[in-house]
Design a protein around this ligand. Structure first.
Ligand SMILES: [Zn+2]
Ligand SMILES: [Zn+2]
Length: 244
């Protein structure tokens, strides 16, 4: 009945209260379009070329396909696999900024779906046990009103049918924003900032961390370290974008 009524009233609602794409200004016609039109979503620059099989670094040359990058060879990271949709530029960056800072939480659904549809084929979901959002400190989450990583994690959890574990990985220290720091400072800034509250839930598990932007990877590395200490078998990660 509800569905039927919404079908009947939908065109009327659109006529009386038209809404417009926040990026290009075009009127949203399809009821599936929320905040952003389908055309703008299609303009996201998804990296389809080769990547480092470990950290997901984007390679520009086809010849590099399958090669582990110098940094991963040196560091033998705890994070066994990370993938991003594309570079943190253009439409993807605009979408992430709307999602995080302009009250467009509803974008967690199309963004989460884009991640799942474009990156699931890479085998990153094979053998996974659960999804963990990268946590915000409770003060920052309260200020923002939500944790963007958790909303994304929820979309990916729905699509993959994997459980989303909330409140298991927590941020116990409110650190200065990573954006304001140099690469070396980012690592020390985060030391001891995260904690695993229910280690029994991650012990022996292959877990997937979800976050919005990968910059130097220090947040994901620190989260992986504490998860490893709590007995996680393997840590993988997905992010929307990678800062180049
Ligand atoms: Zn648009
Ligand atoms: Zn790498």
């Amino acid at each position: 009945m509800t569905l039927h009524l919404s079908r009947v009233f939908h065109p009327l609602t659109v006529t009386i209260f038209p809404s417009f794409c926040r990026l290009c200004g075009r009127a949203l016609e399809d009821h599936e379009e929320k905040v952003i039109c389908g055309r703008c979503l299609q303009q996201v620059d998804i990296h389809r070329g080769p990547v480092c099989p470990v950290c997901g670094r984007f390679y520009q040359k086809e010849t590099a396909a399958g090669q582990v990058c110098g940094q991963c060879l040196q560091a033998s990271p705890l994070l066994t696999r990370h993938r991003s949709l594309g570079p943190y530029t253009g439409r993807l960056k605009e979408l992430i900024l709307l999602f995080k800072y302009k009250g467009c939480e509803v974008l967690s659904w199309p963004l989460g779906r884009m991640v799942y549809e474009n990156l699931a084929g890479d085998g990153i979901f094979t053998g996974l046990d659960c999804i963990l959002p990268v946590p915000l400190h409770r003060k920052r989450e309260k200020m923002r009103g939500f944790n963007q990583a958790e909303l994304l994690g929820r979309s990916i959890s729905r699509l993959s049918s994997l459980p989303l574990l909330r409140g298991v990985l927590v941020k116990t220290r409110n650190t200065p924003a990573q954006v304001s720091l140099e690469a070396a400072e980012r690592e020390t800034n985060l030391r001891g900032a995260f904690e695993v509250r229910k280690p029994a839930l991650v012990k022996g598990q292959t877990v997937l961390l979800v976050d919005d932007v990968f910059t130097t990877g220090s947040t994901l590395r620190e989260c992986s370290r504490v998860l490893g200490q709590s007995g996680a078998l393997e840590v993988r990660a997905l992010t929307l974008a990678r800062a180049l």
